[in-house]
Design a protein around this ligand. Structure first.
Ligand SMILES: NC(=O)c1ccc[n+]([C@@H]2O[C@H](COP(=O)([O-])OP(=O)(O)OC[C@H]3O[C@@H](n4cnc5c(N)ncnc54)[C@H](OP(=O)(O)O)[C@@H]3O)[C@@H](O)[C@H]2O)c1
Length: 310
């Protein structure tokens, strides 16, 4: 569907949507368009000040935009759990969950729960958030038109370019120090694709009716000093060259918008990986591996269950 642009989105009045990292970069552009079409959008983010600034900007440009802050630090699973609980107290429906937030190629670090920071921020925190919100998403399916309720994982073509040849190296998710930070980023983005694939397998049937997609947003210009752009020194040098001529996040968000709300998404697209805009992408062999997606799901469930988060 390469002729997609945000004007093709349907009316979203009455829809409740969460965008993680919805206050900046791709996330803010996504929030802005969804709110423009009438959705009530929660920005699940770790910084109150940044979100308040984003809300101020957004509501100045779009008076009446229904946008809200949901505190959520993906690098701390306790915060993720609190965030889901707060959302469940505040809302009785959730139509779309967009797992967008991410860090890219940051130095090795460990979260309070002992996981490698990219793996938890980009994948495991989103897995927990999604699991805790799943009952609400599934109950929303029952009262919504078919194909409305969706989970979107923002991945990257780096899932294929940078992930280690073994795919997901479980021993490197915590304490392991063998992989480079680029390989860790690729591994976390591979996990995003596998996450959507497994969600579609488990909850995309006739009975449950949930749509779960993953995507590469394309290359777009974003904040050079934060989040995914911080990267390595080499990345900071190369990045402006890579981004030369690339669009800003206002266009970079189109594929996310297509996955989240386009009526052109079909049941057969469930579990798929999409490249701009709305085209079936060629996911890596690991990303298509059903054994690996099941194993990742079971591993994540066991880890979070053992630690009392599920
Ligand atoms: N830019 C590209 O060309 C490109 C290409 C492929 C894929 N992507 C993917 O697109 C997504 C958005 O990236 P972007 O380019 O828009 O980058 P960005 O502007 O840096 O946005 C990243 C967002 O993630 C949030 N975040 C980081 N750590 C977090 C945490 N622990 N808890 C909650 N939120 C956290 C950041 O919040 P703070 O402001 O608090 O840091 C920020 O809102 C990422 O998943 C990235 O992997 C981007």
């Amino acid at each position: 569907m390469s002729n997609f642009d945000p004007s093709k989105l349907p009316n979203l009045i009455g829809h409740v949507i969460i965008v993680t990292g919805g206050h900046s970069g791709l996330g803010l552009a996504t929030t802005t368009e969804l709110a423009r079409h009438g959705a009530k959008v929660y920005m699940a983010s770790r910084s109150r000040d940044k979100v308040q600034a984003a809300i101020k900007l957004l509501t100045t440009n779009q008076p009446g935009a229904d946008v809200h802050f949901l505190p959520c630090d993906l690098a701390d699973l306790k915060s993720v759990k609190r965030s889901a609980e707060e959302f469940l107290r505040r809302e009785s429906k959730l139509h779309v969950l967009i797992n967008n937030a991410g860090v890219m190629c940051v130095p090795y670090g460990e979260t309070p729960q002992g996981y490698e920071v990219q793996f938890q921020t980009n994948y495991l925190g989103h897995y927990l958030f999604t699991r805790l919100l799943l009952p609400l998403l599934l109950s929303t399916v029952k009262i919504s038109p078919k194909g409305t309720v969706r989970i979107v994982n923002v991945s990257s073509d780096d899932h294929a370019k940078l992930a280690p040849k073994e795919g997901i190296v479980f021993s490197e998710s915590c304490k392991g120090r063998r992989l480079s930070r680029r390989a860790r980023y690729g591994m976390s983005k591979l996990a995003n694709v596998l996450h959507s694939k497994e969600l579609a397998l488990r909850y995309g049937d006739e009975k449950n009716g949930l749509l779960a997609l993953s995507l590469h947003p394309g290359i777009f210009k974003s904040n050079p000093t934060q989040g995914p752009r911080s990267g390595t020194a080499l990345n900071r040098i190369i990045r402006p060259l890579v981004e030369f001529g690339a669009p800003g996040p206002e266009k970079g968000c189109w594929n996310t918008l297509w996955c989240a709300a386009s009526p052109d998404v079909k049941p057969g697209d469930n579990g798929g990986y999409f490249v701009p805009v709305g085209k079936k992408g060629k996911a890596s062999a690991d990303a298509q591996d059903e054994y690996l997606s099941e194993r990742l799901w079971e591993w994540s469930q066991m880890e979070l269950d053992d630690a009392g988060f599920l």
